[in-house]
Design a protein around this ligand. Structure first.
Ligand code: 0O2
Length: 215
């Protein structure tokens, strides 16, 4: 019980970081839309890892409890969803431009160019983020995952299957998942080919919806 209470306290700045980062990335989307420009960010989510998942990951990787905050980089996680693969790299640029300002980039992992064995694709940026707490500043690690809607669909489904099969997905399902990952990637490529067409149609649709509200 005491241990859970301690962990809840440790996680407070992580919760604050997730809330702040969500606001910051959502604001970028609002700004683009306000300028009537295309936003590379479609939507943003975030979460703090559950205590049980933190402890399970630490035990799986033999991380002593006093090293968890330094070694588990995704206790605070932000997910940014984009429409097109190119938007992902634009978002990465937006983050890089903030390096040394409100966040510090620790390292990046491009699982789009080098997808995982499972078929997983996403771009990960690990950052150090300063949180102002009642006891002063605390710099925490956070993971920003940037992916397309298709990549997100695949990852969400695969994550549920991993949970169901306790990370031991049967071979036949794993093969199908790899095929599905390729299909999702093909979908992203096809969509990219008609990117301008889609963006123009969305602009028209948005203008129409706004004018309805203006009446
Ligand atoms: P959750 O529930 O999302 O928090 P490891 O977790 O040991 O495989 P590592 O070194 O911590 O990997 O970093 P990595 O590989 O960048 O993975 C961190 C997170 O990326 C994972 O967190 C997932 O969110 C996501 N991810 C990585 N690989 C896969 C994959 O094959 N499938 C899916 N669906 N997601 C993946 P957690 O802690 O695994 O889970």
């Amino acid at each position: 019980m005491q241990r859970i209470k301690q962990w809840k306290r440790i996680l407070l700045p992580y919760e604050q970081a997730v809330e702040e980062l969500k606001v910051k990335f959502k604001s970028i989307r609002y700004e683009f839309r306000d300028m009537n420009e295309y936003s590379p960010i479609e939507f943003v989510t975030g979460r703090v890892k559950k205590i049980s998942s933190i402890l399970e990951k630490a035990s799986r990787r033999n991380i002593p409890e006093d090293r968890i905050e330094e070694e588990i980089e995704d206790i605070a996680g932000i997910r940014i969803m984009c429409q097109f693969v190119d938007d992902i790299y634009e978002v990465v640029e937006l983050i890089r431009r903030r390096n040394g300002k409100d966040l510090d980039i620790v390292y990046e992992k491009d699982y789009i160019k080098n997808n995982k064995e499972s078929g997983y694709r996403s771009y990960h940026v690990i950052i150090r983020y300063p949180v102002q707490t009642a006891l002063g500043e605390k710099k925490i690690l956070a993971e920003i995952q940037i992916r397309t809607l298709a990549m997100n669909f695949w990852a969400t489904v695969e994550h549920s299957l991993n949970y169901k099969y306790k990370k031991n997905i049967p071979e036949n399902v794993r093969i199908r998942l790899r095929k599905a990952a390729e299909a999702a990637y093909k979908l992203d490529k096809e969509m990219y080919k008609i990117r301008n067409e889609i963006i123009n149609a969305q602009k028209l649709f948005e203008e129409k919806s706004n004018s309805v509200y203006e009446i």
